[in-house]
Design a protein around this ligand. Structure first.
Ligand code: P6P
Length: 345
């Protein structure tokens, strides 16, 4: 670099990075690369709409609820339409499952070799108050024969079967972070050029951390081991950080170290977050970055899906913190087991 900083390199674009990585796979046919480009394109469009939602009158509630019974925001619906259209037009994806759609969406691309599970806009209740929100996506190879009808087996696959996963964080800057199973890389969007540029290469998460993310407003609904673990975090003077947008909380903890917990509770006996289009993707990413993701007992990626919108508890982040939280859950189960034995003895 010369002393006047003239001619600074602009860096590696997402397209060039994907092409370079594709060249690393001799049998890659470019279809997955094209799929990732399609997702990035939809992300650019959504980014533009989010950043101007207050001006375009597309903030606020849509006036309907989704299959989860959650009030849809206008941008939830817009994001669902944008991603579905981009993936349909790209041709590589034959089917989608989405937080915003009750059933499997058959895109009509029966020659498509991939299926996508997505949360088009997670944390959308934060849109109107200008808090970061995100898109989460998982990519699987279809199981049914190419050219034939889509089956539920195509979309209900374990997290270990993902071929790619990522998120787009619409925050102070807009970032796309993804993995294809060979590490995690982050790209920052430059709106003036309309390009994502490589900004966070080979992301690895700290093995331990001092940040815990959980909604303490649900304290009375938590099981005792969760309360005990949170209490220990406080006694260690860890920082509580929870902004109600999973992607934003996850991304901060990924880079700085920390744990995000959405546990089961008396109100949400299976937790709130969805396996197929929230937890699996982030679990794949965090494991690729050296972190850990469980439901409190086992790897998220090993959870066998039984329904499209299945919920699971989520403990995700720095491995030492996740292991510690699981130790509290395990010890509680052991002590309960011993008490039961004593009662029946
Ligand atoms: P609660 C947003 O609805 C979301 O799915 C995540 O983005 C977020 O972390 C969580 O739910 C917030 O849920 O129950 O704490 O408001």
């Amino acid at each position: 670099m010369d002393s006047n900083n003239l001619g600074l390199p602009v860096g590696t674009t997402l397209d060039r990075f994907i092409k370079r990585k594709q060249d690393d796979f001799p049998y890659a046919t470019g279809e997955l690369s094209q799929l990732l480009r399609d997702i990035a394109l939809a992300g650019k469009i959504i980014n533009r709409e989010i950043s101007r939602s207050g001006l375009l009158g597309i903030g606020g509630a849509f006036g309907a609820t989704n299959v989860q019974g959650e009030e849809q925001q206008k941008l939830d619906v817009i994001a669902d339409i944008r991603f579905t259209r981009a993936l349909r037009n790209g041709g590589e994806v034959c089917a989608i499952i989405s937080e915003e759609e009750e059933k499997i969406i058959d895109l009509g691309n029966h020659s498509g070799r991939y299926v996508v599970a997505m949360d088009p806009l997670d944390g959308s209740s934060n849109i109107d108050v200008n808090v970061s929100i995100g898109t989460i996506f998982s990519v699987f190879r279809r199981i049914s024969p190419v050219g034939g009808p889509i089956t539920e087996e195509d979309v209900l696959q374990k997290g270990t079967e993902q071929v790619a996963a990522g998120y787009i964080l619409y925050g102070s800057s807009t970032m796309l972070v993804y993995t294809t199973g060979h590490g995690v890389n982050g790209f920052t969007y430059e709106p003036s050029l309309g390009e994502f540029f490589l900004s966070h290469q080979n992301i690895t998460t700290p093995k331990d951390g001092k940040i815990f993310s959980i909604n303490e407003g649900s304290w009375d609904l938590f099981d005792q081991p969760i309360r005990d673990y949170v209490q220990e975090c406080k006694e260690c003077q860890f920082s509580g950080r929870y902004i109600g947008s999973l992607v934003a909380d996850f991304h901060r903890n990924l880079l700085k170290g920390g744990i995000y917990i959405y546990p089961r509770s008396t109100k949400s006996p299976k937790g709130k977050l969805r396996l197929m289009y929230e937890c699996n993707a982030l679990a794949f990413i965090v494991e690729q970055a050296g972190g850990m993701a469980t439901d409190g007992h086992r790897r998220i990626l090993e959870v066998e899906p039984t329904e499209l919108h299945q919920r699971v508890p989520l403990f995700i982040g720095s491995p030492k913190m996740v292991e510690k939280a699981m130790e509290f859950v395990r010890n509680d189960a052991i002590s309960k087991g011993k008490k039961t034995q004593m009662k029946t003895a």
